[in-house]
Design a protein around this ligand. Structure first.
Ligand SMILES: C[S@@+](CC[C@H](N)C(=O)[O-])C[C@H]1O[C@@H](n2cnc3c(N)ncnc32)[C@H](O)[C@@H]1O
Length: 200
């Protein structure tokens, strides 16, 4: 039975002890279908950042497609686990705090999965502001968003209107669809969305 000392998911110690005990109920152990389709349909390779990558399964898909992908996580235990998981692709994983990380090259895409919902609602505004700061006009934010009214977590849900309100000053939604292959934790409560960064 896993036992944890840390309760604050904004600190890396919270995640470290969970990865150290292989307690990862959010982990999909694979690549979700909408991302596969998105990559298959993309007209050109996209320079991509994966914030809070966990085990970083998606790196394998993006690297195989020839995309320039960097996966970051601030938990040393997560980074070690991701590098082990990815083997020869380990160099794509960087230990870094999302709020401080400066990408070496201009980004075309930020991929979101279980990062927004990993942090409490009080952090949502800061996450969205960082997405906006990291992406130039025309670049994309794409991934899975966990919509729920729960105030406890992780996972912390967000209401669709709240996400829209936070994103719309700087992004327009260009895709929004149901997810058919969710894991149990997110089933029926997540959507695949793509948002395009607006100028300004
Ligand atoms: C719920 S897990 C999701 C992992 C992965 N995205 C997935 O879908 O399996 C959240 C991850 O975000 C990482 N994280 C939380 N806050 C972070 C921050 N400020 N900077 C970088 N990583 C962070 C945690 O260490 C953890 O690995």
């Amino acid at each position: 039975m896993a036992e944890f000392k840390h309760r604050d998911s904004t600190g890396s110690a919270f995640w470290d002890e969970r990865f150290a005990q292989s307690f990862m109920p959010w982990d999909r152990a694979g690549i979700p279908a909408a991302l596969k389709q998105f990559v298959a349909q993309a007209p050109t390779p996209l320079t991509t950042l994966i914030p809070g990558c966990g085990l970083g399964h998606e790196v394998a898909l993006l690297a195989a497609a020839g995309w320039d992908v960097t996966a970051i996580d601030f938990s040393p235990a997560a980074v070690a686990a991701a590098r082990q998981n990815l083997g020869p692709l380990a160099e794509h994983v960087v230990e870094a705090d999302f709020f401080a990380f400066q990408p070496p090259r201009a980004l075309d895409l930020i991929y979101e999965r279980a990062f927004l919902c990993a942090l409490p609602p009080a952090m949502h505004e800061a996450i969205v502001a960082r997405w906006a700061a990291l992406l130039p006009a025309g670049a994309l934010l794409a991934g899975y968003f966990f919509f729920d009214k729960t105030r406890s977590g992780p996972p912390f849900g967000i209401e669709p209107e709240r996400l829209k309100g936070l994103l719309e000053p700087n992004f327009e939604c260009i895709e929004d669809s149901e997810v058919g292959d969710s894991i149990a934790v997110f089933a029926g409560r997540e959507r695949w969305q793509v948002w395009r960064r607006l100028p300004g």
